[in-house]
Design a protein around this ligand. Structure first.
Ligand code: SF4
Ligand code: SF4
Length: 473
């Protein structure tokens, strides 16, 4: 059937229907000043049960200043209610920038001849991970270009095993999320068996026409295969998946709706929505000039996008990278972002000090150290968290969503955030951060609302003080 829209279908053209997106955009635009409808949507949003893509699109297009103010306030309330004041920290680890694809927006595209190509050996991975552990990181996102010869699945699996096996002083990487090219059900099964956390794959853009223009050759040029990757990941047993678009490639309103339709599809077809949504904006890089793309969004629009995602999918973590400046990060943290990368190097081999920055995938606008970010977060009233507890306690997929939707996940996040912060303060913090942090932890423990949890946390903090590590609830 022409223009069939079916969120349960496993065909990309049916769960991401171009016609449904265009109809949604018309509907949203026509209702951008419809106070009654916007009030109804806001009231539904307040129940923390999420919104449909149509409802969320109306909020995104809302042209009434007071209502926009309410949308931002509601996003802040939902963020606070569901996630509390913890902010999870992670770092990307680039394994290899060999790539056979031709993505027009990425410097790793196959025909870029000025960028040095590099693939980390297992020894180099050990050096990188040791450097990351020395910064205090516990959670990584693995990144690699698509290259069947240089970066086969066996290389990725071996690298994951290497990373989990590295113990350096009190350090350990406790959760490895993986961002590699769309692959087969069988390969997703192998990734699951290797113990990955979230499988992350950015759609880049949901607009098929733009997608095909931006990916002129290579395996990634197959829109349907790429868009159906999360279905194969779910079939391979991976139940935590992370979506994202690269804002700036196509029209942001289109991609906003596509992203939410993709989330609805995962929920309808597999009973579990995306674990995370990333909101990168196109950045300058070698051979890449963001001005050449048509859909760049300013900071205000970016903040609105984050706020509307927060209201639309309250239980999905939102991730912002070091592509954004400290000022923008501060704003979107209030509006719904729950995870940020810290002290990232976006080059292959960047942490151990060997790599030249000219292998970077994108320019970073937040170059602060982990220590500076930890202190900055505490000064803003957030608990910097290195927590990986849910994945390690088997709270993934539907089980995780069940706890999250009961509205109780923050009861675990808060103690775990404080315990992992305490570990950081003991093992890695500078004297000034340690001083600020110890007082901050004492104050925050007192705010844990459930007495039993408060007592456990205090007891565990004492055990961490005495040298134990990796305690969690
Ligand atoms: Fe390769 Fe990914 Fe860059 Fe495309 S975005 S060129 S697939 S590394
Ligand atoms: Fe994430 Fe679970 Fe830790 Fe909360 S308790 S920060 S949801 S891993």
């Amino acid at each position: 059937m022409l223009h069939k829209y079916d969120p349960r279908s496993q065909k990309a053209g049916e769960f991401i229907s171009h016609k449904e997106i265009m109809d949604t955009l018309d509907y949203a635009w026509a209702n951008r000043s419809n106070t009654r409808l916007i009030d109804e949507i806001l009231a539904k949003g307040r129940e923390c049960k999420g919104l449909t893509h149509r409802e969320a699109a109306v909020l995104l297009d809302c042209a009434i200043p007071e209502k926009n103010h309410e949308i931002f306030r509601l996003a802040e309330e939902i963020k606070e209610k569901i996630y509390g004041n913890r902010v999870v920290l992670f770092a990307p680890l680039y394994l290899s920038n060999y790539c056979v694809n031709g993505c027009l927006y990425c410097p790793y595209h196959a025909v870029n001849k000025h960028i040095p190509r590099k693939k980390l050996s297992q020894d180099e991975i050990r050096q990188e991970v040791t450097a990351l552990q020395d910064m205090g990181h516990k959670r990584l996102a693995l990144e690699a270009g698509e290259h069947p010869v240089m970066n086969p699945i066996e290389y990725v699996l071996e690298s994951i095993q290497t990373i989990y096996g590295i113990r350096h002083k009190n350090g350990a990487i406790r959760r490895v999320n993986v961002n590699i090219a769309a692959t087969t059900v069988e390969n997703y099964r192998k990734l699951k068996e290797a113990g990955i956390g979230t499988y992350v794959l950015f759609q880049e853009t949901y607009n098929r026409e733009d997608y095909e223009r931006l990916h002129p050759w290579g395996p990634k040029s197959d829109y349907a295969y790429h868009t159906e990757a999360m279905d194969r990941a779910m079939q391979g047993g991976i139940d935590d998946v992370g979506l994202g678009v690269l804002f700036g490639l196509s029209l942001y309103r289109y991609d906003f709706v596509g992203l939410l339709m993709h989330a609805e599809h995962l929920e309808a077809a597999y009973g579990v929505g995306p674990h995370t949504i990333s909101v990168p904006r196109l950045c300058k890089a070698d051979d890449i000039d963001p001005r050449k793309f048509k859909g760049g969004i300013d900071d205000e629009t970016f903040a609105k996008v984050v706020a509307c995602i927060r209201v639309a999918v309250p239980y999905t973590g939102i991730i912002v990278s070091t592509r954004e400046s400290p000022e923008v990060r501060e704003r979107v943290l209030r509006l719904g972002v729950s995870q940020i990368s810290a002290a990232s190097k976006t080059s292959v081999g960047g942490y151990a000090g060997e790599a030249a920055e000219d292998t970077s995938q994108f320019e970073r606008h937040d170059t602060r150290s982990v220590d500076e970010i930890v202190r900055w977060l505490m000064e803003l009233g957030y608990i910097p968290s290195f927590c990986t507890a849910c994945y390690r306690e088997g709270r993934t997929g539907e089980v995780f969503m069940g706890i999250a939707k009961s509205g109780n996940i923050h009861l675990r996040c808060q103690p775990n955030a404080l315990m992992t912060l305490k570990e950081y303060l003991m093992d890695y913090a500078s004297p000034v951060t340690k001083e600020v942090g110890e007082a901050f932890v004492r104050e925050e423990v007192g705010k844990i609302p459930v007495e039993r949890l408060r007592e456990i946390t205090l007891r565990y903090l004492g055990r961490i003080e005495s040298g134990e590590r990796d305690l969690r609830v």
